[in-house]
Design a protein around this ligand. Structure first.
Ligand SMILES: Nc1ncnc2c1ncn2[C@@H]1O[C@H](COP(=O)(O)OP(=O)(O)O)[C@@H](O)[C@H]1O
Ligand SMILES: [Mg+2]
Length: 262
């Protein structure tokens, strides 16, 4: 890792078209025992895209995200990240995981570390940056999520929305090529959801590539470049938000959207 934060360079310069998608899932299969959870899932995420995944509970959304950084192993198919097939045994998965940020429903902050410590930990331990440099990058990441003033706060003193913004700072501090979000606002008090979505919207404007599993239909509709509807372990359909929300092709998509908007 260089001294400057590459995320900033990427944000400052216009996004050059990449020759291949950042992330591509090809005919991905996953089962737990006899239970088929993902069936022939194909998905491409282009650089700078914000893709929202929606679908009923149990449709395989979290499993798909966990396969993207190989927290789960596929039973078949490929996960191509930045041109590398992560299902190959030759890939150094620890190195790859540094380039894939992950934000969970339960923020998973370390309670014994302040906000700054949570964000700088991987920069020190994993990226092996000197303390000062790690702290400078971490403060910068906290500023990007509007949490610079809370750098010295303990997680327990922060609201859920603030904790989730610290978790997002932790994910982006490592300058990942993509950030995966698994229902980042589902555990939040409704009044706090907006602040987290605003941060995600800003990241998208900075050019961050994001794959977001969410129940926030309005966010998906307003901010996503593309929306993917999953059910029963399959991608049922995907498209630009306006098309998917107003003229879904599949009756399952229509039924889901109707149910969520009630
Ligand atoms: N580690 C696991 N072992 C067994 N079954 C699992 C495991 N993880 C998920 N599942 C099952 O896989 C299905 C899809 O789960 P999940 O990916 O969490 O769906 P979603 O995120 O869309 O709600 C569910 O039926 C769930 O019970
Ligand atoms: Mg889930």
């Amino acid at each position: 890792m260089s001294t400057a934060n590459p995320a900033h360079r990427a944000a400052a310069s216009p996004q050059a078209p990449a020759p291949y998608p950042i992330l591509e899932l090809i005919k991905l299969h996953k089962r737990f025992g006899d239970h088929v959870v993902l069936e022939a899932v194909d998905l491409r995420i282009e650089p700078g895209e914000l893709v929202c995944v929606i679908g009923p509970s149990g449709s395989g959304k979290s499993t798909m995200l966990r396969l993207c950084n190989q927290l789960e192993r596929a039973c078949g198919g490929q996960v191509i990240f930045d041109g590398q097939d992560l299902t190959s045994p030759l890939v150094s998965i620890d190195r790859v995981r540094r380039q894939i940020g992950m934000v969970f429903q339960q923020f998973n902050l370390y309670p014994h570390l302040r906000a700054l410590g949570n964000v700088s930990l991987a920069l020190k331990r994993v990226a092996r940056l000197p303390r000062r440099e790690a702290q400078a990058i971490a403060l910068d990441a906290l500023a990007r999520v509007g949490m610079r003033e809370h750098a010295n706060a303990w997680p327990s003193t922060l609201s859920g929305g603030q904790q989730q913004r610290v978790a997002i700072a932790r994910a982006i501090a490592m300058s990942p090529k993509i950030v995966l979000f698994d229902e980042p606002t589902s555990a939040l008090d409704p009044t706090l959801v907006g602040s987290v979505l605003a941060v995600m919207r800003r990241l998208r404007e900075e050019g961050m590539t994001m794959l977001v599993v969410t129940h926030e239909m309005q966010f998906a509709r307003a901010v996503a470049d593309r929306v993917v509807f999953m059910a029963d372990g399959k991608v049922i359909e995907q498209g630009p938000p306006e098309q998917l929300f107003t003229t879904p092709r599949d009756p399952r998509t229509a039924a889901f959207i109707k149910g969520e908007s009630n």
